[in-house]
Design a protein around this ligand. Structure first.
Ligand SMILES: NC(=O)c1ccc[n+]([C@@H]2O[C@H](COP(=O)([O-])OP(=O)(O)OC[C@H]3O[C@@H](n4cnc5c(N)ncnc54)[C@H](O)[C@@H]3O)[C@@H](O)[C@H]2O)c1
Length: 441
């Protein structure tokens, strides 16, 4: 099939590359000319395992091209996927301006019957707005063509995006007509061979499904974080509790990890957007506000623990920090807990020496105004002159450090483990103090 994808970010680029990889001829359009130039040289602007190879081989085969032109997008395909950002507006609602701009620009140019698919995460009712924007532009030009829309929210996880797209747990299709359903089934047939992963529903339900899924996951994390904080007070190890409850099939083992809070481009903004929708519809969802509040507190928890360790005086202290990205396997720094920890520590007079395997460039551009932060080029050099170590991101290379070496290097001999990566007794045996999240300390 010929497909155009609008937006070359985490979702758009992965979608375009993976659709090309199964034989489609894909044009990916983005307004960011520098990004498009880099992509046309097969330079990948984000860190996403496996993506570079998929882009390279499909570009070389002539199945994947990048452009800044909406004219190209509409002339290339009658099936167009919108995957642009929907960041938080000032009031917490999803800012739909990019999505509506896409619809308007496409509507100005479409010359044949087309299906426009909204892949971005958007509130219930957005497809109606997109359809109206498209159709009003088409009507203004008096073109006798039929433009329909469909909802196809994306569920990929950053860090596993290619794998998730190629082997999805489910594919949600929201359609209001049989013809669009058929096109979407055809598009996803290559990803749907060994079992039926398609869940076809009406458009509004599909839009809502995405928010409900992300909010459920975020609530689960905040629940575990609150349990962990209580576990700390009670002398309980939340890791034992996690194993204990995760073995119940009604609960399951995933997304039960206590830690320094969730971040990234999705959970925080999607919680805010659904809470906004709920309030607007006079049906407030209390659990969403609670999950957000807990998460804000959790973002500061490592800094609070470190400050308490130093009797609330961080002046002149140096904290080594391992991990900046909001989670492992990505360079995404959007709403990363590391940012809150760094702010709190440096505001209290500490210096931070921070290392991340891939996110330093992004982190530098966000934290540039803070002279109390130094970025280092290895986990080891982050320890130079440090009093204590804080681990924020669960990168593989942080999983099994030499604790005896850490004990020699850290002046105040303590580890603050924001992802519960370590066995407290192994850390203590090396002569270090250990502080995790809900480890009963
Ligand atoms: N990142 C994720 O893990 C993830 C997962 C599932 C769903 N989503 C959703 O997918 C959407 C995209 O997220 P993302 O993380 O890929 O965003 P992103 O910020 O990485 O990428 C968005 C891209 O859209 C481009 N863009 C903006 N306006 C445009 C326009 N008018 N025309 C063409 N290009 C335009 C930007 O230049 C950027 O390259 C969001 O709604 C998000 O909630 C994201």
């Amino acid at each position: 099939m010929h497909v155009s994808v609008i937006g070359a970010g985490y979702v758009g680029l992965v979608t375009a590359a993976c659709l090309a990889d199964v034989g489609n001829v894909v044009l990916c359009v983005d307004i960011d000319a520098e990004k498009v130039d880099r992509l046309n040289r097969s330079e990948i602007p984000i860190h996403e395992p496996g993506l570079e190879q998929v882009v390279e081989r499909n570009a070389a085969a002539g199945r994947l091209r990048f452009s800044t032109s909406y004219d190209d997008a509409v002339s290339h395909a009658a099936l167009i996927l919108i995957a642009v950002g929907t960041p938080s507006g000032e009031d917490g609602s999803a800012d739909l301006s990019h999505v509506i701009t896409c619809a308007t620009e496409l509507g100005k140019r479409i010359e044949r019957d087309s299906l426009i698919v909204v892949k971005s995460t958007v509130p219930v009712g957005t497809n109606d707005e997109v359809r109206a924007a498209l159709r009003s532009q088409v009507a203004a030009r008096q073109r006798p063509i039929r433009v329909t829309t469909a909802s196809n929210p994306e569920f990929l996880k950053e860090g596993f995006a290619v794998e998730d797209f190629m082997k999805p747990d489910r594919i949600i299709i929201g359609v209001d007509d049989a013809q669009s359903a058929e096109v979407m089934k055809q598009l996803y047939a290559p990803f749907n061979r060994n079992r039926d992963r398609l869940v076809v529903m009406d458009v509004r339900s599909a839009e809502f499904t995405k928010y409900a899924a992300n909010c459920m996951l975020a609530v689960r994390i905040s629940f575990m974080n609150e349990m962990a904080n209580l576990a700390d007070r009670l002398g309980v190890d939340i890791e034992n509790v996690r194993h204990g409850i995760g073995s119940d099939p009604r609960i399951g083992p995933h997304f039960l990890y206590a830690g320094a809070g969730f971040g990234g481009s999705c959970f925080p903004k999607d919680l805010r957007a659904l809470a906004h929708t709920a309030a607007e519809n006079d049906e407030p969802v209390a659990i969403l506000s609670a999950a957000m509040e807990v998460n804000q507190r959790q973002h500061r928890i490592l800094a609070t623990k470190i400050s308490r360790f130093f009797d609330d005086d961080l002046t002149g202290r140096t904290i080594a920090l391992w991990g900046l990205a909001f989670k492992a396997n990505t360079d995404d720094m959007r709403e990363a807990p590391s940012l809150s920890v760094i702010n709190a520590l440096t505001a209290a007079g500490a210096k931070v020496r921070a290392y991340d395997p891939v996110a330093i460039t992004n982190a530098r551009s966000i934290i540039k105004a803070n002279n109390n932060v130094q970025f280092t080029d290895s986990a080891n050099t982050a320890l130079d002159g440090a009093d204590v170590l804080a681990v924020i991101t669960e990168w593989l290379e942080f999983r099994s450090p030499d604790f005896a070496d850490l004990a020699r290097k850290l002046k105040a001999k303590a580890i603050f483990d924001g992802r519960n990566l370590y066995d407290p007794s192994a850390v203590r045996a090396a002569g270090l103090q250990y502080f995790g999240i809900g480890r009963g300390s």
